[in-house]
Write a protein that binds this ligand. Sequence first.
Ligand code: ADP
Ligand code: MG
Length: 502
Amino acid sequence: MGWAHFRCHTSLVTYPGGMGDGEKYEAVIGLEVHVQLKTQSKAFSGSRCGFGEVPNTATDPVIMGLPGALPVINHEAIRQTVRAGLMFNCDISPLCRWDRKNYFYPDNPKNYQISQQGLPICVGGSVEIELPGPARNIMGPHRSVRLNRIHLEEDVGKLTHCGDYSLIDFNRAGTPLAEIVSEPDIFSPDEAAACLNSIRMSLESACISDCNMEKGQMRCDVNVSLRPVGSKELGNRTELKNLNSISGVRNAIFYEIRRQREILEAGGTPTQGTRRWNAEQGISEGMRSKENAQDYCYFPEPDLMPVHIHTELVEELRKTLPGSPFDRQRRFMQQFDLPYTITSVICFDYNLSRFFEQTLIFHHNPRGIANLIINDLLRELSQNLLPPGDFGISPKDLAQLVKLSDGGQISKQAAQDVLVEVFRTGDGVGTIIERLGCTQSQNPDELMAICREVIGKNPKAVGEFRAGKTAAINALKGQVMKVTGGKANPAQVNIALGELLN
Ligand code: ADP
Ligand code: MG
């Protein structure tokens, strides 16, 4: 299968092994995204959430479904779900309710999962996505993917299959999950990836979920169907369960589009059903023909009261939210005259955006500060594991470094070296500068004397400069820097040499 065109709503995008030119079919995709909410305790019990702890230590009788144990609602989980809804402009239901989704499987000792079928916390809404741009350095076109709902439910235990037996860990069981359900409003693998990225950025920046897909904090079911181009009806869909990486989602959709197209072209109809993505082999495998709501025998959870969500609470929670990452990026590009490439790194991390703006308070050079952050600070952070929101240096110290380098008191190189030292030693900027002695010589008389000496010792370069080869001044500059041990201010050296030579 070679490179081919694949029709997506806004543009013709080229994909390897995609659909052929003059393609008859169009892909329609809907996502169900599960994110673990950042709460101390579980959704319907007081047990702590225990990621990475000794298996089966973060449970209690409610989680284990022991007789007589009753669920209680975790208010924080509701608040976080409301906040998620507000991030995506959903309507918040004044009244929500709990339902039992019944199924029998070892990851779930109660034999039902508490979820919300009829009255979810959030209804409607949309996710803004950025489509692949025409060039790397400008924002690509944006559009929104409509959401159907966001509801709160509980996670199940984690099964690890080991040949002819399986291990079960209930630490994850009961962890609050927000399930974000999109409308079938996505038309290409890249749009699906963009949608997941956007959801992750928004939830991370609002501290609703860490959305770490490697840790299973964000997982995705992907629904894919094909329909004839121009048709408004939806085709039979397959649902790919529990994808845990964005590249996995893209690959699975590419594969599924190809598989379904081959069936359609052979005159068949894809069967509606659930499939498993086998990432090692890069194929999807049939699991079961799709169960529908009846198979789960949903009924209202008798042990939990419906919950009223008052407008006062909604308004209070709205005040705790950051703006959308894309809004922030548009603002940073405009207000600070920063390029797309820089803003797309800074703005999609809310803590980093805040750190950047706090630094600007102490020294307003957005470009200089952004460059030091992107080129140096992020490298140091990737090598030194720090808790989220800790940048290893205070905004004031970072501002001071850029300010000193802008004012010519230290060189750009020295600013970078000092930053490395901050991470190595934990000392403040002032202390390190003093210790390294990297302030640039500011005494003009001293500098003039050094320049005069260098000119005297380098008649060849001086001759070339006077003969019109202006670049020869660089050799002299290099000598001055060498004599001063790199402490001279390059701009001042330029001026001094220029004066003496002319
Ligand atoms: P279920 O809960 O049984 O999986 P839903 O009707 O709630 O079913 O839909 C789940 C997801 O599937 C939603 O994201 C929806 O947009 C998507 N979807 C529904 N029908 C189709 C279709 N024909 N093609 C692609 N996606 C679809
Ligand atoms: Mg589903």
